[in-house]
Design a protein around this ligand. Structure first.
Ligand SMILES: [Zn+2]
Length: 53
């Protein structure tokens, strides 16, 4: 039997849209974009990760 294990790591979340990123730089880019454009940039959000995966 195999066990699925979730390893707790640190993630960075854009406070504007809630997307989660592995690296701070991308999260910051997303937040800057969100705050400026009030929408998401698909080029940035495609790097977001799904924590429920
Ligand atoms: Zn964002």
């Amino acid at each position: 039997m195999v066990t699925k294990k979730t390893i707790k790591k640190e993630y960075y979340i854009c406070d504007s849209c809630g997307f989660v990123y592995k690296d701070k730089e991308t999260a910051q880019k997303c937040e800057d974009w969100c705050n400026e454009h009030h929408s998401c940039n698909i080029e940035i959000t495609k790097n977001a990760i799904d924590l429920n995966e």
